[in-house]
Design a protein around this ligand. Structure first.
Ligand code: ADE
Length: 346
């Protein structure tokens, strides 16, 4: 049985809040593969997956992307849609509040559509369970009514591809994970050279004249994340404009220092984490909940935004007993690392 469930509002899908940064993402987002810099292994895998699906004249299988925010998960979903000439419908885990919301989204898909669910780790368990048969066999099981008169109807869905993204892979249940039969791909931080190429491209699009030294300085402080690099480029352009200066390495340094970004790209919130660990917890180990409470910060923000980069630059370690500042972390704060027990015994 095929059918549509009418959405409550005229709009089928909710798109999460569009903040300045997301707007920026859209203007600078590459619209063809040739412009998508980095993540080579993912691009190579997707090329095989998409080519094979095209040759079989079938939508690609479901795909899961994970990794820290701003590395290009949404951009990849858009590029896949373009490559397969599919329409993309965009929603997010927290926007799907009820089973009916998901049913409405799924039954309004056209054959071959791509459904992109961002922050899929925030999908309610009950909704996730409705997604399983939809992903596996293209059917939607809906319970109509309550109590003894309740009955299940099964709707057949058009063939579609689910692309989901998450910053928290550990929060994805294994039944959901196993249904991404097209593959699960981890986005890595970019290299200095890749970010430089991204900044050069963005400057061209924004018609900003920029010196090479300024490009490398932005890249160095960008947390090796395209979204951050593009955001910095715009803020540095503003700074140069207001000071009637060329966009040079020196101007970038000044502009980013004014934003509280240090030489290796740590933001004030990153440094607060390290400083709190050192000053209040003797450098750790300390559990995430205690650390978050001490900073009056959300655990999720620390875990999704701050930690990946602090781990990447080697200033923080995650041990089974909690978070610990490394010797490198101490040195970055201008402090002397404590002498370890083994060293004391020597
Ligand atoms: N903007 C955001 N991500 C990008 C990427 N990987 N390549 C080029 N521009 C980007």
């Amino acid at each position: 049985m095929a059918g549509k469930i009418e959405p409550k509002q005229t709009e089928t899908l909710d798109v999460t809040d569009e903040k300045d940064i997301q707007f920026l993402d859209r203007t600078l987002r590459p619209s063809k593969w040739a412009d998508y810099i980095g993540q080579k292994n993912i691009k190579d895998n997707l090329h095989i997956l998409l080519t094979a699906a095209k040759e079989r004249n079938h939508p690609p299988e479901h795909i899961l992307f994970y990794g820290p925010p701003g590395l290009g998960k949404t951009t990849l979903a858009h590029l896949i849609a373009k490559e397969t000439s599919a329409q993309i419908k965009i929603t997010s885990g927290p926007a799907i509040e009820k089973v009916g919301d998901l049913a409405s989204i799924l039954t309004n898909l056209s054959p071959g559509d791509i459904l992109f669910i961002d922050e899929v780790h925030r999908l309610h368990k009950t909704i996730e369970e409705v997604l399983y048969p939809a992903m596996e066999s293209g059917s939607l099981d809906i319970i109509i009514g309550k109590g003894p008169s309740a009955r299940t109807i099964q709707l057949e869905l058009p063939p579609f591809t689910l692309i989901a993204a998450t910053t928290r892979i550990a929060m994805i249940s294994s039944p959901l994970r196993s249904r991404f039969s097209g593959g699960t791909f981890k986005l890595e931080f970019y290299s200095q050279e890749e970010i430089e190429e991204i900044v050069r491209r963005s400057a061209k699009i924004l018609k900003v004249e920029i010196e090479n030294k300024a490009i490398s300085e932005i890249a160095k402080r960008s947390r090796f994340t395209p979204r951050t690099a593009n955001y910095f480029l715009k803020r540095c352009r503003d700074f140069a404009q207001v000071h009637k200066q060329n966009l040079s390495g020196k101007i970038v340094s000044e502009a980013l220092s004014l934003l509280g970004i240090d030489a290796v790209g740590l933001a004030p919130s990153d440094r607060s984490i390290l400083e709190t660990l050192v000053r209040k917890f003797k450098g750790g180990p300390v559990g995430l909940n205690t650390l978050a409470a001490s900073l009056s910060e959300e655990q999720a923000t620390i875990e999704e935004y701050n930690e990946p980069y602090l781990l990447q630059v080697g200033f923080l370690e995650r041990t089974p007993r909690g978070r610990t500042v490394t010797d490198e972390g101490y040195k970055h704060l201008g402090l002397t690392p404590p002498i370890k027990m083994q060293e004391k015994l020597l």
